[in-house]
Design a protein around this ligand. Structure first.
Ligand SMILES: NC(=O)c1ccc[n+]([C@@H]2O[C@H](COP(=O)([O-])OP(=O)(O)OC[C@H]3O[C@@H](n4cnc5c(N)ncnc54)[C@H](O)[C@@H]3O)[C@@H](O)[C@H]2O)c1
Length: 284
């Protein structure tokens, strides 16, 4: 049996944003490994579709409609999960949105949605679940969706980038807190590079400034062309979590390149560099 099945089979997994993309891929994989999967998503129909796919493959899952941008919703999710299942072995704080547009042109509501979903959704997922995860005394795994964007910078994706830098440092601090208080709880920063999903779908850009559409389309096309297969990416990321690694990558070489660039930038203390590639994505 694969090591991830040894670790996860028989446990309960809670995956936010499990209705599509990486969350759905991780949910299907967790179901295939023998976990009972709670698929939580803003889009109830999408969450149910993931549950149906898990059931068709012989697994067990439940769909929950939730908005992770609202802290009380994560309390409601945790209350439900602990009363229905007793404990949680795998918590993936995955729900996230991309936001495209210059800092001063992104409307306040879209800034709020981005920060509340991508950052506060992760923070309050941890706040709502961890006390009861600690109280069971059992081994558990928490994965927070960082990104290669947690180590890089990109004009006109600022709202997204700041959340990913924050989720990365949040996860590092959380790891230390668990080392102090609950070493049986393993924390991972999940760092996808480019995995084929609909995060840059032109239809997901409601509320962005009109001039963001072409940038979004270029990223969407790039992801379609060069992105990693979703199911393979989710499989390798869960394998790394099962091995208790803090750093969990879809494409380690892409992460390495971004991290090396960040290190060089910090050591050199140069001004941020506008690369030709970034200019091309923003301006065409
Ligand atoms: N796809 C990539 O290559 C990539 C790269 C780096 C990081 N990530 C991160 O992975 C995570 C998933 O991204 P994806 O590419 O699968 O995106 P996606 O758009 O394909 O799926 C996101 C899912 O989250 C749900 N969601 C959005 N807002 C929500 C909310 N407020 N409450 C509950 N659910 C909500 C959506 O309904 C959707 O089902 C995000 O945190 C993203 O930043 C993705």
């Amino acid at each position: 049996m694969a090591q991830d099945a040894d670790v996860f089979a028989g446990g309960v997994a809670v995956i936010t944003g499990g209705g599509a993309g990486i969350g759905a891929g991780l949910a299907r994989r967790a179901g295939a490994l023998g976990m009972t999967v709670v698929v939580a998503d803003l889009n109830a129909a999408a969450a149910q579709a993931t549950v149906d796919a898990i059931a068709r493959a012989g697994g067990t899952a439940e769909a929950i409609a939730i908005d992770v941008a609202i802290p009380a919703e994560l309390d409601r999710l945790a209350d439900h999960v602990f009363s229905a299942y007793g404990d949680v072995r795998l918590l993936i704080n995955n729900a996230g949105i991309e936001t495209v547009g210059f800092t001063w042109e992104v409307p306040a509501a879209r800034w709020e949605a981005t920060l509340n979903t991508n950052l506060h959704g992760v923070i309050h997922g941890v706040r709502a679940f961890v006390p009861r995860m600690i109280a069971t005394g059992k081994a558990a795994w928490i994965g927070n969706l960082s990104s290669v964007g947690g180590f890089s910078i990109m004009p006109a994706q600022t709202a997204y980038i700041v959340t990913k830098h924050a989720v990365q440092s949040f996860s590092e601090c959380l790891y230390l807190e668990m080392a102090l208080k609950a070493p049986q709880i393993h924390v991972s920063a999940i760092i996808p590079g480019m995995v084929k999903t609909d995060i840059f779908n032109p239809e997901a850009g409601a509320g962005e400034p009109p001039n963001a559409a072409a940038h979004r389309r270029r990223m969407f096309d790039m992801m379609r062309e060069h992105g990693m297969d979703l199911d393979l990416g989710c499989q390798v990321m869960l394998e790394q979590m099962a091995a208790n690694t803090f750093w969990v990558h879809s494409q380690p070489e892409m992460s390495q390149q971004m991290i090396a660039g960040r290190i060089a930038f910090l050591q050199g203390q140069t001004a941020p560099e506008l690369t030709a590639a970034a200019r091309q994505i923003v301006e065409g």
